[in-house]
Design a protein around this ligand. Sequence first.
Ligand SMILES: [Zn+2]
Length: 411
Amino acid sequence: MKVLKNARLIDGTGKSPVKDANIVLTGNKISAITTANESDFPADAEIVNCAGMTALPGLIDCHDHMANHRYDLAHRWGIDEPESTRHLRTAAVLRQTLEAGYTMIRDAGGLDAGFKRAIEEGLTAGPRLVLAISIVSPIGGIGDRMAPSGDCCCVPGDPLLPDGVAETLADVRPVVRRMVRAGADVIKCATTGGASSRPGHGPRDGAFNLDEMQALVEESHALERRVMCHALGGRGLDIAIEAGVDSIEHGCYLDEDPRHLERMAERGIVFVPTLLVYEYHRRSPQQHVRERAQDLYEHHIVAIKKALAAGVKVVAGTDAGGHGHPANAGELRALVEAGMTPMQAIQAGTSWAAECCGRETELGTVETGKLADLVVVRGDPLTDISILSDAKNIALVVKGGAVAADRMAAR
Ligand SMILES: [Zn+2]
């Protein structure tokens, strides 16, 4: 038994913080939560004094790319370094991300199932993983690898990362099945271009027709996988919502048609804006990327405000991959800058994120009976959300009852 004693507890539900909470961990679960006066722990309990610190649920990022480390073509095609070096780089990033307080990551493509297995076997440290494997899109979509020269990717594909290009309607279901066979927990697809995609395939340019998306959603749901859909604006955004995906990723132009957010609220579709990646793209050395990111910025902020007003859940995701690991908590800071309260931003990175991953019965809040994923931080994130971004404030990280990082002694 382990007791996190006298912590200020923000439990992730949105309730006001509890002063002097004692969080009792037994095995991999939270077995009790008491307050200072009413506690009497067994003599052999390990007591961790958290006075002056804040305990939160383990943080969750719903859109990351843990195996991507830069944006340049050579890196994206996997020819800039030996594969083993890249894998070890990814393993280091997984460990650093866990130590930064992130106990679950939904990887939106690029990370193969071997990493999840290695973490579960204890070969390497890392967050719990929800994997998409590869991005599913049509010819010319963001999952179709083509160089500015017109050459298609010269490198044999990794069999653990099946090709996500569905050439016709008839290909959609087999591609979904191949992702599931390779270990996908969620299906990631794309119905529009993005800020960083090739010229000619921008944020309002569509990919996939409605019948293709309906087949994709139906097959994914038949296999009990949710669908996370990269969709920024225009017709592709409309089609994604109409087809009934489970989350809209980026959603920069959701403000442009009031029907979008109405339908998302009706159907319980979550919004994962990934603000952090657009901060990076606004400074991109590539002019078309910079211009797209600057154009969408105001819309994106309005979309978040309108989403909250419409009752759509806004969830944290960084879309990291080219812009630095681990910077996950930067998204919580960006969500606050976009108008969310610090408490809402914490919910976006804990309980709402767990719901987005379909894991809310066991993760996302600090409540009796849940898995013991917690982070203890110096200071008060409700006063200054940015404290979560600084490793020296992350005093203790616990995943499934086991200590994953301990900086309690360092002051
Ligand atoms: Zn992404």
